[in-house]
Write a protein that binds this ligand. Structure first.
Ligand SMILES: CC(C)(COP(=O)(O)OP(=O)(O)OC[C@H]1O[C@@H](n2cnc3c(N)ncnc32)[C@H](O)[C@@H]1OP(=O)(O)O)[C@@H](O)C(=O)NCCC(=O)NCCS
Length: 212
């Protein structure tokens, strides 16, 4: 399908979402790839992953860029050659990018029961017992937001040693508010982040802005 959704979060920030319904060939024929990324594409084991990777190039084109404007640093973090910040995510049949003048990170996660079993890996006990007191449906949604927020913040900071459980805290929020505040306590610094989230066909899209 063409572009699934565009969100203009603020004057300098665009979020673009793709729902991947096209075949590999359809996507491949519609994008350009630099040499490194062509090698990466060919090395991917799953076709779903390949299509997601290609769909991100479609999103770049929608935003007026191409794969040739993108490069990855040694950690795998993507950058644009101009001054804009970019972050990339893909999960199953969705992919999304965020492009902004601000420092940003993005994540998309499928909402699933399994997250309950692994919650204690990324949320501390006190926070978890507070969350457990709410209804089951909201519980999975809130856990998914927290996970996505932590991934998005990790993508922003990209620092070795960050623990989702010990170093990143997402303050209490309601799903209906579609936003939250999070803090990273790491390396002797405290950084605050504004989190926004929304539901897309059983997935949770989360994006984070680093506050100055
Ligand atoms: C790198 C990481 C953030 C990717 O997230 P993910 O949810 O697995 O996958 P997503 O599809 O959302 O994101 C993948 C994209 O993130 C970007 N990315 C990869 N490494 C990155 C990094 N170090 N910094 C920022 N962005 C990165 C890439 O653009 C990548 O897609 P692409 O290579 O196709 O362009 C994640 O695997 C990771 O390492 N997380 C932190 C580790 C951790 O602490 N985990 C759990 C603790 S309980």
């Amino acid at each position: 399908m063409p572009l699934y959704k565009t969100i203009n979060s603020n004057a300098s920030t665009q979020i673009l979402v793709w729902k991947i319904t096209e075949s590999f060939d359809e996507l491949f024929d519609a994008v350009v790839l630099n040499e490194n990324n062509l090698i990466r594409l060919n090395g991917m084991k799953s076709e779903l992953h390949q299509r997601a990777f290609l769909s991100v190039r479609k999103l770049l084109q929608e935003a007026g860029y191409s794969d040739l404007d993108l490069y990855y640093d040694e950690f795998g973090k993507p950058h644009l050659k101009d001054d804009k910040h970019i972050s990339i995510t893909h999960s199953h049949n969705f992919s999304a990018i965020i492009i902004s003048d601000e420092i940003v990170g993005i994540d998309i996660e499928l909402q699933r029961e399994k997250i309950i079993r692994i919650a204690d890996k990324f949320i501390n006990e006190k926070e978890l017992s507070r969350l457990r007191s709410i209804g089951a449906q909201d519980y999975i949604k809130k856990l998914t937001v927290k996970w996505g927020a932590k991934e998005a913040i990790f993508k922003i900071r990209n620092e070795k040693g960050i623990s989702f459980k010990d170093h990143i805290k997402v303050n209490a929020f309601e799903i209906i508010d579609a936003q939250a505040i999070a803090e990273l306590h790491f390396g002797g610094l405290v950084k605050e982040f504004k989190i926004y989230f929304e539901e897309i066909e059983g997935f949770t899209l989360v994006y984070a802005f680093e506050k100055n």
